[in-house]
Design a protein. Structure first.
Length: 624
């Protein structure tokens, strides 16, 4: 590039010199002047020669420029070729890189595939081992289900006999009650009665139980039915003379629909909603005192009758339920009660009731409402009971009692009158109760309390003392009563459970002068005198000779309370997949108190009581 500039500069100088030379020649005058000549200098190159030289130089420069241009063009061509080669190389490199990347991806994919295959093979081996174990477990389970089924499956439902057991039991009482393994608490003999002077022993298997539960689960509801029975019923010909001839007895027959939403609808014969439960208000989770006595213990609140209930579970924290339950009024109790009333009747021959038992004409069912809490420690309940008592009163009827024989104690009653002014009387009764059961010492100790207070609640106490008495005009007056039970259960080792109960049923006085329940005017002068043998035609139990056991004469007031202290144990010899074998031992002390009355000088205060000590044994096998 520098040579080109030099050539251009030379060319411009040459042109400038030529132009100056021409101007000089044109400006010279035509008239010769006198010239003073100096001596001639030596001659140099002529202008023409210089121009020629410059022209040659210019040509040489042009050649050089052309050469440079050619070189520049060649260099540009070479540069372009190099650039094209570089671009081609770059493209080839990119292609190679892409090919390498593709190859790497292929290698990675192959590596992943190999790893996946290896993992699959490993998993397949593990799965094969697990599958073999699962198949073996399933085969074992199927074999167990066939040979030792936990339940029987029939057309989509599960049948379970859990709850069934065989019992061999005995009872010994210091004072005789004539009642087998079941104790009639209000018949604990008074201290000076005939029965109190004799002990009794019975052995029985009648408390053995058979149970069957059927369950079927649908999408949003579980349907269940439950059947439970024992042999504690009696028929007209039942006796213990030579063979056991006692009848099958219904205990529970109910059906249940438990919805996933928490609603539970149930109906049939079963435990009252007032009975304490262990799991919310779920039917079948009732908790009973740990006793051998089939009448349980005093202070225990319960019935086992027809009932229809609806309950709702709220987040497994609390439950709310209501129940309509079969009603029955215990016969009016008291002294000098009027007879111009109808409350019910004995069972009729054309019906299905027992002809030797009394049945009340109920106005309505009993109504029970219950709220249950399970806050995380223990189980807590609050419940209420509403009842309605009814009779029909004949105000113009007059009844007179006449002794059959002097000193016999047996009377006949004759009533006369008419139905003028007859009317129906209705008296409500109500009670409120509650219970709690809480664990201690890592659930090895359990403490329970339960109680019920109200008017007309006698039927719900385990002693069934009395529901009502009658006013002098025949109107119903429900008796105030309360029942209470405390429980302590200790499980020092899994096989052994120790239990202690103390409870009682109490009924208040309700009298109208010498009439009514627990009147202080009632004669109690004979409470401390053992009665002499007596009885119509001197019969014993309806046949043979002898006499009927009797309570002291002139000791006719009513029960005030029955109290019981119980201590016992259950020991499981075996408890496993083959069932449960256990031994139970129990001691109980009863005290039955009578309301005081007019005692005179021989019995100040006129009170009377019965105290009885009892022992039970039980040997049971439970179906798993």
């Amino acid at each position: 590039m520098t040579n080109t500039l030099k050539a251009l500069a030379t060319l411009a100088l040459t042109a400038a010199m030529a132009t100056g030379f021409a101007q000089t020649a044109a400006s010279s005058p035509t008239t010769p002047k006198k010239v003073h000549r100096k001596p001639a200098a030596p001659k140099g190159p002529s202008v023409q020669a210089q121009i020629e030289e410059l022209r040659q130089q210019q040509q040489a420069d042009h050649g050089q420029i052309d050469t440079l241009k050619q070189q520049l063009a060649d260099r540009d061509a070479a540069l372009q070729a190099a650039q094209q080669a570089a671009a081609a190389a770059q493209a080839a490199a990119q292609a190679a890189q892409q090919a390498a990347n593709a190859e790497q991806q292929t290698i990675s994919a192959n590596t992943d595939a190999v790893s996946s295959l290896q993992s699959s093979v490993t998993d397949l081996k593990a799965n094969s081992v697990s599958l073999a174990g699962t198949i073996q477990e399933q085969q074992t389970a199927v074999k167990k289900a066939i040979e030792n089924p936990d339940a029987i499956h029939y057309k989509g439902i599960t049948l379970s006999p859990a709850g069934s057991f065989i019992a061999a039991e005995t009872v010994w009482r210091q004072g005789a009650t004539g009642s087998d393994v079941n104790t009639p608490f209000t018949s604990v003999p008074l201290q000076n009665s005939d029965n109190a002077q004799l002990s009794e022993f019975f052995g029985t298997g009648r408390q053995s139980r058979i149970a069957l539960k059927a369950s079927g689960k649908l999408t949003n509801v579980t349907l269940s039915g439950y059947y439970e029975a024992d042999w504690l019923g009696t028929g007209i010909t039942s006796n213990s003379n030579q063979s056991n001839s006692y009848v099958f007895r219904q205990r529970q027959l109910w059906t249940d629909a438990l919805f996933n939403s928490g609603w539970d609808v149930s109906g049939g014969a079963g435990w009252s909603l007032a009975t304490e439960t262990t799991q919310g208000e779920t039917r079948g989770s009732e908790i009973l005192p740990s006793t051998i006595d089939s009448q349980y213990t005093t202070g225990f609140v319960w019935t086992r009758q027809y009932n229809f209930r609806v309950t709702k579970n709220f987040a497994n924290k609390f439950w709310l339920g209501a129940s309509a339950e079969n009603a029955e009024t215990l016969n009016p109790a008291g002294a000098g009660l009027p007879l111009n009333v109808i409350i019910g009747s004995a069972g009729t021959g054309g019906g299905l009731y027992n002809a030797t038992a009394n049945y009340s004409f109920n106005y309505s069912p009993d109504f029970v409402g219950k709220l249950v809490f399970e806050p995380g420690w223990g189980h807590w309940e609050v419940f209420g009971i509403e009842r309605n008592f009814r009779d029909r009163i004949y105000p113009n009827e007059v009844c007179t009692a006449t002794a059959v024989a002097t000193g016999s104690g047996i009377t006949t009653t004759t009533c006369t009158g008419n139905t003028t002014g007859a009317y129906n009387d209705l008296a409500p009764g109500a009670g409120i109760g509650g219970s709690l059961r809480v664990p201690f010492a890592m659930k090895k100790v359990s403490v329970g309390l339960k109680g019920l207070y109200g008017k007309g609640m006698g039927r719900y106490g385990s002693s069934t003392i009395a529901d009502i008495t009658l006013r002098p005009n025949g109107e119903i007056d429900p008796l105030k009563a309360f029942s209470a039970l405390s429980t302590l259960e200790i499980t020092p080792v899994p096989r052994l459970t120790l239990y202690f109960n103390y409870g009682g049923d109490y009924v208040y006085r309700d009298f109208f002068g010498a009439k009514g329940y627990g009147s202080p005017s009632t004669s109690m002068t004979g409470c401390h005198t053992e009665p002499a043998p007596s009885g119509t035609n001197n019969t014993y139990g309806g046949n043979g000779t002898g006499f009927d056991p009797a309570a002291p004469g002139s000791c006719g007031n009513q029960n005030k309370d029955v109290q019981e202290f119980t201590a016992g144990e259950w020991y499981n010899f075996y408890n496993g997949p083959k069932g449960r074998m256990r031994l139970g031992l129990q001691y109980a002390r009863f005290e039955r108190d009578i309301w005081s009355g007019a005692g005179g000088t021989t019995n100040p205060g006129g009170g009377a009581r019965g105290i009885d000590n009892m022992f039970w044994t039980s040997f049971r096998y439970y179906v798993p």
